[in-house]
Write a protein that binds this ligand. Structure first.
Ligand code: PY5
Length: 327
């Protein structure tokens, strides 16, 4: 919990439409195809394949500062997902997983960051602009910068207001939904911007059959009668690493978890609800389309999961040190 306790609300990304989020910090070094370049030199050509067709895959990873040093949370799992995402699109990453892990650590160190968000991205560069990226080079980039709470610091404390989106989550037969691929985020953008235009903090997307899927950049959980429920993979969700973390932590605390198809009405009548994600961490949901979830306060189980999560990422739980990779 300590990370957001000491920061001002302005450091969050900003939630409503019209509010301009903090600009990415300029300066420092970016890892670009195996070597470090200055921030201003990390450029690609406007005719890059990835820019035209969204042909790239990426990750979002957090590094936390703790009293035992800086640790990257579940680095191996994130890098593994990056490679699985690439495989689904036939993108051959010209490095090993170990090399990418090492490069991520070096990026954090060279930029002197003790706590940060890390964004590795792999995409097709410039060569040819047919749909087939024949001959296009695979460009690999790793950047890191300080990034506070994704939906604003206050969101972690008091929860957010959501709306069910009219845009459905991409169907697993349309795109490989388990891949964290650049082009998939057009779907997320439509849902997120619709929600903000209507004055909500974030969207909840349904799958193509009308079951609850996830947020534009977050997985969703609800609490009903002391039990955690979350959509299963048939709803085309991204297999979130924070989602997996919460499932394991809940079981450890003794809270039952069920992965299943979830209806809108189950969410609206839930006792508690929250989002999970690397950027969003554990963000409580207090209201959906004007309907108060539970009593409108952050629920007991949500608070317990949130506290446990922040203890784990801050190296306060010896059992979960296996998830923390020293920088
Ligand atoms: N679902 C989607 C569509 C996501 O983009 C993300 C992560 C998640 C779920 C949660 O996955 P995980 O727990 O593994 O992070 N979103 C990115 C993130 O860094 C990008 C957000 C802008 O959190």
């Amino acid at each position: 919990m300590e990370r957001f306790k000491f920061k001002s609300a302005e450091e969050g990304v900003g939630m409503s439409e019209g509010e301009v989020p903090a600009k990415l910090p300029e300066g420092g070094k970016i890892w670009f195809n195996g070597r470090f370049v200055d921030w201003k030199d990390a450029k690609v050509h406007v005719l890059s394949h990835g820019l035209h067709y969204g042909t790239g895959v990426f990750e979002g990873i957090r590094c936390y500062s703790t009293d035992k040093g800086s640790f990257i949370f579940r680095l191996r799992e994130h890098v593994d997902r990056l490679f699985r995402s690439a495989k689904l699109y036939g993108i051959r990453i010209p490095y090993s997983q170990d090399e990418i892990c090492t490069a991520i650590k070096e990026t954090i160190r060279i930029n002197g960051l003790d706590e940060c968000y890390i964004r590795p991205i792999v995409f097709y560069g410039f060569h040819h602009l047919g749909v087939m990226p024949t001959g296009c080079p695979v460009e690999c980039v790793i950047a890191a910068w300080k990034w506070g709470a994704y939906l604003g610091e206050e969101s972690l404390r008091s929860g957010i207001k959501c709306t069910f989106s009219s845009w459905h989550r991409i169907h697993p037969n349309t795109l490989p939904t388990t891949a964290k691929a650049c082009g998939h985020y057009l779907n997320s953008l439509l849902a997120a911007s619709e929600a903000r235009k209507k004055g909500y903090d974030e969207a909840i997307m349904l799958d193509c059959e009308g079951f609850v899927a996830e947020g534009p950049g977050e997985n969703i959980f609800i609490v009903k009668d002391g039990k955690l429920l979350t959509p299963d993979f048939s709803s085309g969700i991204l297999p979130g690493i924070t989602r997996d973390t919460v499932i394991q932590l809940a079981k450890d605390i003794g809270i039952a978890v069920e992965e299943k198809r979830i209806t809108k009405s189950e969410v609206l009548s839930a006792d508690e609800a929250f989002f999970t994600g690397t950027a969003a961490e554990i963000t409580p949901i207090r209201e959906i389309d004007g309907i108060i979830i539970g009593n409108g306060e952050v629920g007991e189980i949500t608070r317990e999961i949130q506290r446990k999560f922040f203890d784990v990422v801050h190296a306060k739980e010896s059992k979960y040190m296996k998830w923390l990779e020293p920088v």
